[in-house]
Design a protein around this ligand. Sequence first.
Ligand SMILES: Cc1cc2nc3c(=O)[nH]c(=O)nc-3n(C[C@H](O)[C@H](O)[C@H](O)COP(=O)(O)OP(=O)(O)OC[C@H]3O[C@@H](n4cnc5c(N)ncnc54)[C@H](O)[C@@H]3O)c2cc1C
Length: 319
Amino acid sequence: MKTTTTIRLATYKLFYETFGDDLQLDTPLSRYTSARVGGPAEMFLAAYDAATLQKAVELAYHQQIPYFILGGGSNILVADEGVRGLVILNRAKSINFRHTGAHVVCTVESGANLSSLARQCIGKGLGGLEWAVNVPGTIGGAVVGNAGAHGGDMAATLRAATVWEPGRGLRIYNNSEMEYAYRSSILKQEHGREISRRVVLSAELVLTPEPVDVLTARADGFTAHRKQTQPGGATVGSMFKNPTNYYAGYLIEAAGLKGFRVGGAHISEKHANFFVNDEEATAENIRALIAEAWNSVRERFEVEMELEVELVGDWEFEQ
Ligand SMILES: Cc1cc2nc3c(=O)[nH]c(=O)nc-3n(C[C@H](O)[C@H](O)[C@H](O)COP(=O)(O)OP(=O)(O)OC[C@H]3O[C@@H](n4cnc5c(N)ncnc54)[C@H](O)[C@@H]3O)c2cc1C
């Protein structure tokens, strides 16, 4: 099913004149999301540098078109009906390192791949991002969502983020201004709003020199642990945040839902907070699994879980 068209021809022409063939219509988003589900973006633009990202957001803002920044698509679920307005695929990836005293500051555009950067840092003998060697997605997604693993997170690594505020201009957010908390930041709190979301253009990360073999051993330990505890395949990682005093995976498992299947998707046998698309699932299949987990855990344990993943497009849950 396709989204209802909301873009006027004159608007499309304006975008086409500005961005040329990098602009597409009705682009299926399933190929850009780690869960491999999701309908089309009404308009779709790949931005290969921060200037294009900024220009696209500003134009959408002034034309009052809803826009969505798509990083690695590893923390979102896109509805089968797709997304209205403009989806901007962030592929701005320049990376620069500079020494400042005992540290090295890495300035990286927000479309760079987080795990690739982590591996690059390890190879250069720069510590601080080993936790991210297996975390999919972009720097922008990680900065917004305070991605973290194995005791590390963005909050502990980020010095500052350069953010484009639509209608206002550039602003540098230092670490404390990001208001970091567990998988949250001041920018993540804008989720669900259709227009005027702020956009991370680049980030400054602070790294500390350490021997390459020490960093490699640490990263290898994280990789081995992940292989042992998490399933592969098409997923969004953890579906729910861990509620206070609980693990979401444990609660879903204790509700008897390991292996529970709807259509082409099932709740992993290996880790019940991972929902796997293994047979060409639809977003609706995954929605049904989420509803089952949510309701079963609430009924059995009186715990209200919160989604870690962001729902993009139109979604409805009866609770
Ligand atoms: C197998 C697997 C394992 C995972 N393991 C972990 C883990 O260990 N720890 C963890 O924290 N997460 C984990 N995740 C989730 C995911 O990797 C992170 O949340 C990641 O940081 C999301 O980045 P992304 O670029 O894919 O964001 P997307 O999913 O593309 O976007 C997420 C949100 O961020 C917004 N956004 C993206 N870029 C920008 C930008 N430049 N400016 C403003 N907003 C932006 C989007 O609009 C959207 O609202 C895992 C996911 C998978 C599939």
